[in-house]
Every structure is written in C-alpha cells, then in structure tokens.
Design a binder for this molecule. Structure first.
Ligand code: ADP
Ligand code: MG
Length: 869
C-alpha cells in the first residue's frame, strides 16, 4: 500500500446523494421487471405458462392443481415490461435489459440488475450463460470494453481506497505499481497476454461489437470488478487470495458491510481487481466462480441457496487541458457501479426437503428473499400512500447492501426467470406475485453528472505531433516499441555515427589526414560492429518472437481444428438425426394417409349401415303396424265367427230339441197305438206306419219302423223294376275300381260304354253313370247316377238326371254299409245336404251333341254346336 499522503488525490464520488433526499425527486422510474420463460427440458413435459404477447404471460393450473373458484377455472395473466419467450436469444435480452444499464454506467450512473426465480428456472443461464452462449455478464463486460477501450487509463492511475472511494495517482506512483505487478510471477503467453481458459473462451466470445457511441473521449476510464457471495446471511469475498493450506483448509472468512460517508453500503476489505479487457474481467469472474464451486463442495453447501453479486465499478476522470494527463481534482472523478446479482432459488424450504443445517441455511435464504419482498412492499406502500414506514433493509445482508439503489437513485431491473413446467406451478405463481408487486416500486432516476468545464477534444490535441514521430521511426526501419531500450541505443549509435573526413593528401609530408582517417574509420568500424551486433540481437529476438508466434498460431490452429472437427461431427450427427426424423415424418405421413383412407371407408360403411338400419327400423315399424292391423282384423273375425257359431249351435240345439220332442211324440204315439192294440180286439190289423210320410218331414222319414212284433219293418233292398222296352247306357269310366260288392248293378240289354257317346245315347232312353269317390271316412263310395235321355230339337240328345243310388262299403266294426240312397239312420242334415246337392246337380240337363262326351265326373253342360246341313 502506498501512503495516502503521496501525490494521490482522493476524491469523494459525487454519484450518490444523501439517501433520503434524491437529487432528482420529481423523476422516478418503476423497477423494470422483465420475464424470461425458459424452454421446457423435454418436449413431453406439461406446460403451465404461456407467453400471450410481448408483455403478458398466462399461467394456468396444471391438471393436479386446478383451482375452482365460484365454479370457475382460474387462469391468471401477468404483465411485465417485456416478456421473453423460449426462443429469445441472449443477445435480444441483453439489448433490451442490460444495454441501457451499461450506457448508464459509462455516463456515471448506477445500476442494479438481478435475476429472480426458482432453482432451474434459468437465472444463471441468463446472467452467466453457457459456452458459446454468453449471458448478460460477459456481454456487459464486452460492451464496456468495446466502448472505453481506446480511452482506458494506464493501470494503477485510478486507485480504489478501502472506504469505497477512488483516487487518481500521479504518473510516477502508477509506474512504480505497474513495475511491482510486472515483477510478480503471473503465467504469461509468449505474446505477453494472459493464457485464456478455453472453458470460458467460448463464453466471452460474444462477437457483438456492441458499444456506447458517444463516450466522452476527453475522459480516461478504469474498470474494477469484485465478486462476492451471500450465503446463510454471511458475505464471502470470492476473489480473496487465501494462503494455500492443503492439510486443513481454513474456512473462508465472512466480510462485514459498512456505510461510507455518502451513506452507500460497501463490503469492507473486498478484493477489487482492476481489469483492462473483457478476457481479463471474465477471468477474474471465473476465478471467483471456481472458488465458489470448491467451497460448495468442501463445505457441503447447496449452490442454489446463495446469492452471488458481481460488481463492476467504472472510474472516470477528465484529461487535463493538454490532453496528456488525467486531472487529479477529486471533484472531477466519477465512480459508477453496475451490480449483477444472481439470486438464490426462490423456492420454499419444503420443496428441497432440507434437513438440519441445510434447513437453517434454506431458512436464511428464504429470509433474505422474504426481507427483499418485505422491503419492496413497504417501499411501495410508502410511495403509494405517502406513509413513512421504516423499510427493514438492515434485516438481512442482501437488502442492506443494495439499500441505496432503492432509497437513493439508480436504475433497478429484475429479470424474473420461470420454468414453464407444471411441477413448478405453485412456485412460479409466487414468483409472479412478487414480480407484480416489485413493478409498483419506484426508484429515483439518477441526475446527470456535471460536465467537465475544460474544452472538448483535448485528447487529440497532440495527436499530429505523435503521428509525425511515429512515421519517422518507421522510416528508419526500427521496430516501433516504446518500451524497448535497444531502440534507444541504436538511435544513439546512429546519431553518433561519425562522418568521413576529407581524405585528399595535399602534401607528401601530410601526417595528419591519414591518421585522422584511420581513427574515424576505426571508430566507424567499431560502431558498425556494435550496430551489426544490435542487428543480430534484434534478428535473434525477432526470430524467437516469430517462432513463438508461429507455435502459438499452430496451437491455436490445432485448437480451432479440434473445435472444427468437433463441430463437424456434431453437424454430421445432427444431419443423420434430421434424415432419420424426415424418414419418420414420411412414414408417419404415409400412415396418416392410410388411416385417413381407412377412416373414409369406415365412415362410408357407417353411413351405409346407418341408412340400412334406418330402412330396417322403418320396415319393422311397418311390419309392427301391419301386425297390429292383422291382429285387430283377426280379433274381429274371431268375434264374428264365434258369434256365428254360437248362433249355429243354438240353431242345432233347437233342432235337436225339436227332434227329441218328435221322437218323444212318436214314442208316445206308439205307446198309444200299443195301448190301443192291447185294448183292441185281436182280429183287428195294426196299422203299419208309412215309411216316409212326407218328404218335407224328414224327421218322420227317418223314424225307424215301429217295433210291431207281427211284421217287423225291414226294408229290403230291391232293384228298380224296369219296363220291358227300356234300354240303358251303362257308362263306366275306366278309372273305376272294382268294388267286389255282392250287389252289383245288373242292367240287361244295356250298352256299356267307357265314355258317353252320342251313338249309344241315340239308341237308348236311360242313362246310368257309375261314379266313385272317396268319402269323408276314407271308404270308397260308389254312386249310380241315373237319368232319362231326351231327343233335343237340334237333333242331339240330352240327359235329365233323375236319381242317385249310393253304394258304400264299411268295415264290420261298428259302421253299417249303406247302399240305399235314402238311409233312415243317416242324420237328417247330412241326408238333406246330400240330397240337396244331388238334386241340384240332377236338375241340370246335360245336352249331348255329336262329338261331345261326358267326362268321368259331372260335366253338366256341353255347349251345343250348330250342326252342318
Ligand atoms: P438456475 O440458475 O435458475 O438454477 P440454471 O440457469 O442453472 O437455473 O438453468 C438450469 C438448466 O436449464 C441449465 O442447464 C441451463 O442450461 C438450462 N436453461 C435455463 N434457461 C435456459 C434457456 N433460456 N435456454 C436454454 N437452456 C436454459
Ligand atoms: Mg443458478
């Protein structure tokens, strides 16, 4: 450390006003809250957050969490200053969120940027990034150095003190410190640059060329970085070089917070490293990151439960009136700060199932974030309601450290990181609520810092002179290296190179010219030798430098080649994957096509079947109605028939009753006659009852003869007596069966024919047809149908049927043979109906004409044909 009373000029930073009274109380900006929704880890994960538009996200409860309020399914929308979806790249985020903070930093204003969200939501990815995809931190550094690169002060010109202030050292002090630093054994590449860890080389290779355009060129700048971690409410310096103790490493010592005279909070004894390039700054960060990892492993800590704060301080001071040196007036020095905070996971304790020590740690983390929340809530209330409640910044280190950002002035931005997976739903909801509340807190906008009163354009005042000098040196061919002594020696030698004196001998005794010449020549020879030695030295140096350069180029080339082949492999792999996927897509498309076709066929089938079904059901309905109608009709018929039969039965019963009464009467009569016979004298002959009294009285006809003991009324079957002159046509159809009855019709002089012929009829006057038919009881019934033959006026013959004689054979068991046309045992009705039938038949004359014949049945009519003359 250098004594403070040396020519260094200490200064108070004018950047931070008294906290309670912001310099610009009228203009306040709300905390800028942005939301970044990371992509899902797997495409099949259930998603509960949707980006609606550039400023809105919608969060909906997943299956398991569905909340019904008043029977309604609740989906909530949250608005932010801007929302970044899964496809948004780091550069876009940087341009919107961090770039303005870097611009502010260079203009001397403070900024605070933090990432908030649960573990795994992408806070670290957003802040630090990953190889090949640098986050906000390397991008901020890159932009800073791109902007101030040519205007940076030499190392150690600015010097931070241990009370959160900055001073400008004089050139000599700075030089001495530089020499001291150079003497330290720091690994260097042959080209003089620090070796870059290839692990993070990719991260800082942002290739953005992003810079602040109107940087004050009359200022000189210096960047300082520090990196701390707040774990379990203790602050640890991640850049502190602890002495190496391999046996029992000392646990890291925590740091305390102090307030400077401007009421700004700072970490006492915190390492602040001056850096001159993005690589250097990121290397410092990486060192801290490594240390953090080691500490986490050694002390069994949970990295997601610590807050990490990377602070970038930018000191700037104007050049003097000549533009050669930095102004040492303390009022002119500005120190601005940008804090990049990667907060601990905001999840609640039960999520990680912490136990024991870890539970306590988690509790503290929770406490930090809870306090942050409470502070913001109180602030908001104070701002909105005009109240003056005390904001509990001091309750935890995190809020205490940043209290001036909220209480004083600055720009505060927060990126709320969310993982849209369903498992994080509840936690994400909490995060959203916090973010919503934070947006309502306002922070005073920093005032513009006063402009240096010196004339602008000082930096380039002596530019022309410097350029001329450079040109001259180049013309002499020497390497342009201000720092090499060799060049100065060469210059000196060249300047001292003696000119040749005149070598003309004017006199033989001239003993001055030659020795003088010899002396000069010797001197020139010496200088020449020195110069050639110098040249040889330079050539050697140049050769080694060239070799080093070549080897470095080769190693770089190797590295690049390796990377290239790696990338090529990746590309080949991706191509194969792409081809595979394309094939799969084709197969699936084909399958879809087939399925669509099948679906169409099935749909067609379905339609047809439906139509069929409809027609069938209609048919069924029709049949059912037909059936109903038929049933009704049958019902009607049944009723009708039963009524008819009832009537018939009644009629028959009445007839039977009459018959029985008749029988009774006959019996009574007979009894009377018997009585009379008994009572009469013996010579008197009994009156025989007539066989048939009256044809119209079938009851009497059917009465069996009275049982007169003297003359029993046996009716003998007898052949009809024929008159002498009668001639018969005996018509026997050939189909007749022999009956083998005892009583055969025997007609003498008859002409027997198989078919009725006109010739036979002309010779005879009687006609008889033997006809057989099957009776209802299955026996053959032979009928002899008789008739008279007449001559018709037309010259033909006609037959008038007159009588039917029936012959019937019966088996002896019960049934009697009936051969008489008038059987008295026959039921009256049957006899009646038979008679009626025969009568009807016989009443029809059959007109026989020439050529016409009677068939085997009853052919009643043969239409007469006109005879030819
Ligand atoms: P946190 O710091 O919030 O715990 P990380 O930043 O470590 O979460 O993210 C967890 C994992 O998710 C990492 O592997 C990271 O690469 C990945 N990830 C996070 N955000 C994104 C993003 N926007 N795009 C791609 N990967 C991401
Ligand atoms: Mg993290």
């Amino acid at each position: 450390m250098w004594p403070r009373d040396m020519k260094a000029a200490r200064t108070r930073t004018p950047r931070r006003p008294v906290p309670k009274k912001p310099s610009n109380p009228c203009v306040r900006d709300p905390v800028g809250v942005y939301c970044r929704v990371r992509p899902l880890s797997r495409p099949d994960q259930e998603c509960c957050i949707e980006v609606i538009d550039e400023t809105t996200v919608q969060i909906h409860p997943p299956e398991g969490y569905r909340i019904f309020r008043n029977g309604e399914y609740r989906e909530t929308q949250y608005s932010f200053k801007e929302v970044f979806g899964a496809l948004v790249v780091q550069k876009q985020l940087f341009d919107v969120v961090a770039k303005p903070l870097v611009e502010d930093l260079i203009r001397g204003r403070n900024g605070l940027l933090f990432t908030y969200g649960v573990t795994g939501s992408g806070k670290t990815h957003t802040m630090t990034g990953s190889p090949g995809d640098g986050g906000l931190l390397p991008r901020c550094l890159d932009m800073i150095f791109n902007s101030i690169g040519p205007f940076q002060a030499k190392r150690f010109v600015f010097k931070l003190d241990d009370k959160n202030g900055v001073e400008v050292q004089c050139e000599v002090d700075a030089l001495l410190e530089r020499q001291k630093r150079d003497a330290m054994p720091i690994p260097k590449t042959p080209s003089g640059k620090r070796q870059i860890d290839p692990e993070f080389a990719d991260m800082i290779n942002v290739q953005d060329h992003c810079k602040v355009e109107d940087v004050d060129e009359d200022n000189v700048y210096s960047v300082f970085v520090s990196y701390i971690e707040i774990y379990n409410n203790y602050i640890y310096d991640l850049l502190e070089e602890a002495p190496f103790e391999p046996i029992k490493p000392k646990p890291p010592q925590s740091k305390v917070l102090r307030e400077d005279q401007n009421h700004n909070m700072y970490v006492t004894g915190c390492t602040e490293v001056e850096v001159k390039s993005t690589e250097e700054a990121f290397e410092v960060f990486w060192r801290g990151q490594k240390k953090r990892r080691i500490a986490n492993t050694q002390l069994n800590r949970e990295s997601s439960r610590s807050h990490s704060v990377f602070m970038i301080k930018l000191a700037q001071a104007p050049l003097d009136a000549d533009g050669d040196n930095v102004l040492q007036e303390k009022e002119q020095i500005t120190l601005s700060q940008l804090s990049l905070v990667d907060l601990a996971g905001s999840e609640r304790t039960n999520r990680t199932k912490a136990e024991g020590n870890r539970l306590r740690e988690a509790g503290n983390i929770n406490q930090s974030l809870m306090t942050l929340r409470t502070c913001l809530e109180v602030l908001r209330e104070n701002q909105m309601c005009g109240t003056n409640k005390m904001v509990p910044y001091r309750d935890c280190k995190l809020t205490h450290l940043f209290k001036n950002y909220f209480d004083g002035e600055g720009k505060v931005r927060m990126i709320v990181c969310v993982n849209p997976k369903a498992e994080d739903y509840e936690e994400s909801l909490q995060v959203m609520r916090f973010a919503e509340m934070a947006q309502e807190v306002e922070v005073a906008r920093p005032a513009d810092r006063p402009i240096c009163a010196l004339t602008p354009g000082r930096r380039f005042r002596n530019q022309a002179f410097r350029e001329e000098l450079q040109r001259k040196l180049e013309m002499r061919g020497g390497p342009i290296n201000e720092e090499t002594e060799e060049q100065a020696v060469s210059e000196l030698l060249l300047q001292n190179f003696p000119p040749l004196p005149s070598c003309e001998l004017l006199d033989i005794n001239d003993d001055q010219t030659l020795p003088k010449l010899i002396e000069v020549l010797e001197k020139r020879h010496k200088i020449r030798q020195l110069l050639s030695e110098e040249i040889a030295k330079t050539v050697r140096a140049f050769k080694t430098a060239l070799q080093e350069f070549e080897s470095s180029v080769a190693s770089k080339e190797n590295y690049v080649q390796g990377k290239l082949s790696e990338k090529e492999k990746t590309i080949a792999g991706q191509k194969m994957e792409l081809e595979r996927l394309e094939k799969k897509i084709k197969t699936l498309e084909y399958k879809i096509h087939i399925l669509e076709k099948t679906t169409t066929i099935y749909e067609e089938d379905k339609r047809n079947l439906q139509q069929e079904l409809e027609s069938k059901s209609q048919q069924l309905q029709r049949q059912a109605s037909d059936k109903r109608r038929m049933e009704a009709r049958l019902q009607g018929m049944v009723t009708e028939t039963s009524v008819k039969w009832e009537k018939e039965c009644e009629r028959r019963v009445a007839a039977k009753q009459l018959e029985m009464q008749n029988k009774l009467w006959v019996k009574d009569e007979k009894l009377k006659q018997l009585k009379a016979i008994v009572a009469e004298p013996k010579n008197e002959k009994p009156e025989r009852p007539s066989r048939v009294r009256d044809r119209e009285k079938p009851v009497q006809r059917s009465v069996s003869p009275p049982p007169a003991p003297s003359a029993p009324p046996v009716r003998l079957r007898h052949r009809r007596s024929r008159s002498a002159g009668e001639r018969w046509v005996d018509h026997k159809p050939p189909s007749n069966v022999p009956t083998e009855t005892v009583m055969q019709p025997q007609v003498p002089h008859a002409i027997t024919v198989a078919a009725a012929s006109e010739k036979a009829l002309a010779k005879c006057d009687k006609y008889m047809l033997t006809h057989q038919e099957l009776a209802s009881d299955g026996e053959i019934e032979t009928k002899l149908i008789k008739g008279d033959v007449f001559k018709t006026r037309g010259g033909g013959q006609a037959v008038q049927f007159t009588e039917i004689e029936t012959l019937k054979q019966e088996s002896p068991t019960g049934r009697k043979r009936r051969s008489s046309p008038s059987n008295p045992d026959q039921p009256e009705d049957a006899a009646d109906s038979e008679w009626t039938d025969v009568e009807t038949r016989c009443s029809v004359a059959v007109e026989m004409r020439a050529g016409s014949a009677l068939g085997p049945g009853y052919q009643h009519h043969a239409q007469p044909k006109r005879r030819k003359p």
